[in-house]
Design a protein around this ligand. Structure first.
Ligand SMILES: *Cc1c(COP(=O)(O)O)cnc(C)c1O
Length: 384
């Protein structure tokens, strides 16, 4: 289906980039398990010559994701990190990056341990503070990288304002939209140049695939990114593309339930005597709640809770759930609990972690789409 013929998110999620297979009428996009394509004559082909460069299952996914983000061009990757890596490949030695100070750990690691040695320097700023952002620009700044909401403190930054600031400085803006998904917010529509996703999370949605994607509406930029996608070769296999494509078909329905469950859980936790603080973008108590209402459709599926607890007590709580599973990652149909201080964020020194506002008693919930009463009963039992 051509994305011009529909505007509703659910219709695009199910149909964009896909049409019945012309040879059989199969309604589902086939998994094209092929590395090469037979050519009619040298360099005469049907648009496909080698599967690192292009594969029809991947093309369907790329077009589908582009339509959902409101961009014209999508690129698939073997992981979210491979997608972010592709964007950083646009830079060269001597260039400067401005990034949020609570970036996804893997992105931070890529910038610090790989790109720094190639002469690309990064300044980390609090992107909710626009004066700090303005102050970080240098003549050699080429890229602003942002995430909203962030992990695990769910801080939200103003996509439209930051994109405008970057544009005024002639600098590209990259938004990691993994936590929000295109159903909740569309950074390209707010002026950002590139959107990145770890499709491993909500887009795949079933914890059965690792993948990534880039979406842009700028043809020139798309061509430059596609060049590095093919040069570096971090492309996804067709089966993985199929799984993500299956995931996006139900994204809108899943997100409604993720968000509804998360909101109810956040409200319930707020009343709990052992809870110090609930962080959820959909609650009026969230520091950027006004922005969230402008920028996001709902508050998302992630809830962070600061328990009045030591590291050991928080670990005990995390180990005593029966419905929530103790695991890293997020965005699947099943509920997960993470203790950042000892799991996802353990590599950050304790003092630095606390200074950044990440307390030892904080637990992060990826709220799934189970029956909410069962999730609340599980939290009640675990927190005690
Ligand atoms: C998981 C994640 C990534 C990395 O994606 P992978 O698919 O694990 O490589 C990047 N950004 C955010 C916000 C993530 O949650």
């Amino acid at each position: 289906m051509n994305s011009d013929s529909a505007s509703g998110f659910g219709t695009l999620a199910i149909h964009a980039g896909q049409s019945p297979d012309p040879t059989t009428g199969a309604i589902m996009t086939p998994v094209f398990l092929t590395s090469t394509y037979v050519q009619e004559a040298p360099a005469v082909n049907k648009g496909y010559d080698y599967s690192r460069s292009h594969n029809p299952t991947r093309t369907a996914l790329e077009q589908n994701l582009a339509a959902l983000e409101g961009g014209r061009f999508g690129l698939g990757f073997a992981s979210g990190m491979a997608a972010i890596h592709c964007v950083v490949n646009l830079l060269q030695s001597g260039d400067h990056v401005i990034a949020g100070n609570d970036l996804y750990g893997g992105t931070y690691r890529l910038l610090q341990t790989l790109y720094r040695k190639f002469g690309v320097e990064t300044t980390y700023v609090d992107l909710t503070d626009h004066a700090q952002l303005e102050g970080a620009f240098r003549p050699e700044t080429k890229l602003v990288m942002l995430e909203t909401p962030t992990n695990p403190l769910l801080r939200c930054c103003d996509l439209q304002a930051i994109a405008a600031i970057a544009k005024r400085h002639g600098v590209l803006s990259l938004a990691d939209n993994t936590f929000a998904t295109p159903y909740l917010q569309n950074p390209l529509r707010l002026g950002c140049d590139i959107v990145v996703h770890s499709t491993t999370k909500y887009l795949g949605g079933h914890s059965d695939v690792v993948g990534g994607a880039l979406i842009t509406d700028d043809e020139e930029l798309h061509k430059r990114l596609m060049h590095f996608q093919n040069s570096c070769g971090g492309t996804p296999g067709p089966m993985d593309c199929f799984l993500v494509l299956r995931g996006t078909k139900t994204l809108h329905v899943r997100m409604e339930r993720h968000c509804e469950n998360a909101r109810r859980i956040a409200e319930w936790l707020q009343q709990h005597p052992k809870v110090e603080r609930v962080i959820y973008p959909g609650l009026p108590s969230h520091p950027q709640h006004e922005l969230v209402q402008r920028q996001m459709r709902h508050g998302g599926g992630m809830v962070s809770v600061e328990l009045k607890a030591s590291v050991d007590e928080a670990k005990r709580v995390c180990s005593s759930f029966r419905v929530f599973s103790l695991a890293e990652s997020l965005g699947g149909v099943e509920s997960l609990v993470d203790h950042p201080a000892s799991m996802t964020h353990a590599s950050i020194p304790a003092a630095e972690r606390r200074a950044a506002g990440l307390q030892d008693g904080l637990i992060r919930l990826s709220v799934g789409i189970e029956d909410c009463d069962d999730l609340i009963a599980d939290l009640d039992r675990a927190i005690g």
